[in-house]
Design a protein around this ligand. Sequence first.
Ligand code: GLA
Length: 735
Amino acid sequence: MDIVYHGKTKEFHLFNDDISYIIGIMPDGSPGQLYFGKRVHDREGYSRLIIREDRSMAVGLPSDERFSLEMNRSEYPSFGTSDMRHPAFELLYDNGSHVSAFKYMSHDIRDGKPGIEGLPALYTEKDDEAKTLKIVLSDELTGMELELFYTIYASHPVVARSVVFRNKGKEAVSLVRCMSLSLDLPDHDYIWMQFSGAWAREKYPVERKLDWGITAIASLRGHSSANANPFVILKRKHTDESAGEAIGLSLLYSGNFITQAEVDTYGTTRLMTGIHPERFLWEICPGGSFHSPEAVLVWTQNGLNDLSQTLHTLYRRRLCRGPWREKERPILLNNWEATMMDFDEEKILSIAKKGCEAGVELFVLDDGWFGARDDDTGGLGDWYVNTGKLPDGIAGLSRRIHDMGMKFGLWFEPEMVNPDSELYRAHPDWVLAVPGRDRSLGRHQMVLDMTKEEVQDYLYERMSSIISEADIDYVKWDMNRTISECFSIGRSAKEQGTVYHRYILAVYRLYERLIADFPELLFESCASGGARHDAGMLYYAPQAWGSDDTDAVERLKIQYGTSYGYPIASIGSHVSECPNQQTGRVCSIETRANVAYFGTFGYELDLNELSDEDFDKVRSQIAFMKKYRGLIQGGRFYRLLSPFEGNYCAWMVVSDDKSRAILAYYRVLAEPNPGHRRVKLQGLDPDMRYSTDEGEYYGSELMNIGIEISAKPDPSRRPEGDYYSRIIVMEGIQS
Ligand code: GLA
């Protein structure tokens, strides 16, 4: 891995064993994108790719009309001079002009990777893991400076990027558009893949071919959302899970965002991602600066499984932090679907005790333990224990759970308030709302104005006191409605354009304060399920509740879709009761667990209500997960059969040394008189023999011939019925 600067031609070449990223300073002084893709030789002269030509209707430099930004590929394009496409940024100057002209001033190449204050970012543990290039540009007329950051890792085919604007001039300037990254690609032969859905059906992959015009995915909800996720893939026509070229683009940010690809009529693609410019305006005063969130580009020529595996490893090891980042996640039991808010201490202890008998390691008390909270119409915001339900407080309950030998976790929804709460009655101006206008409600609640220091301090004081007094091991941090009337009471008119961004910075800040005080605490983020399961959040909370939809069949799709951009260890997944609360579907306890194993794993039901037979199965499931979670959560994950394409779903994990693997396959509906369908495995050692409960096989057999997954038409056996699934463990035999 290295970053080489060729001074004569002003070219930068960032490369590692897999990829090259080449930048060249163009005749107008701005940085041009010369190449991103498979590693090429380092040499001087790639600036031959800068285009100078006569072309009707194009405009160019006054000193060299043949050089037009429109015909070239820029690193961080602006609008207003000779580029007619959408820009990466826009600055609004005092005289009403939006035109900027940033020119190369200097650069700096250093080992390692700097962090970004107040924002999530990839990091390094040792300086030789990565190198970072900073290119400094300046706009002579206004005194604005722009810093472009690029980090290349030695052992991951990724480039991380962010930008900083600094006002070195004499007048305040408004930043009204700030992408984290823009990448111009020389063609548009790509299929765009986004991950969108809604509550209870998060992260469904959606594909469309890029063509002239703009393809975009965005959130204006104040959080990344279940509807849109800040991660997209551009793949070539023939790219599939195991072969072919693809680019992944992941934004480390949990607020309003846009990711878009603009294909111009010359067939080039401009891919960009960053804070959504709608309602964004950040004034940068002289001496001030603004740092964008970070975005990560991944490149592969080995298919989508490889691209996902890169992100899984990178995010697990260099985005997640703290003692839990690579630790096996505790098997938990959550009372939500068992009791909702209708519980008392006795009820909770009886559920917890049964969990303990089954081998559960962490008991989580969900919503309803505080204030006057018997349903979702009241109490939110009053973070004081409801002693009617829990006479000895959270501390008393926590002690009893700890005495059973389990860890204890607690639910919070810090960012919200019910109008029917002591908090709202005392501070009606602590919410986001426009004075004189209606305040929209969602789940009977409003959004606290997290940008206010006093709100942050109240939440910090309440959460940290409870966490320390009650010795809490795990926090589920929920967020159950989108932001509306995004207006911060008391702020100036101009500052209103900062509120969406300040909001998410404040969420990050509160996390950061709690992490600093309680470094051992395990956070699980949640937003009505997976509505804030994004890369930014992983920096604070290494796991996220995947979806409120715990139906095993629905979870196949949600977990399959989530696995494209996020580690398996980050996907909160539970076995819940049947009929399922979201779909009414009845799946066996085996299938429910066979799906939930591929995540953090836990239960969300009253185990006392299970038959003895099912309870014994739960015990064995927990024992199974304890034995194999290291492999499942830390191994290489391969998607084999997509639940979006047929009646079957299959995936597998393989240990880094290929000596162990687990295959899981699922058949959604029963098939009469089925054929003999096989699935071919991936990632095994072809020469290794693997033992399974069906016999011994070479890796080469399993990968090329496959394993039969259709039920055998054996007349002596009853058919398995709908929602059938099977787990096959493969242990390599050392010869
Ligand atoms: C959200 C979460 C659920 C549960 C409830 C509690 O919907 O996604 O898991 O915590 O809130 O109100």
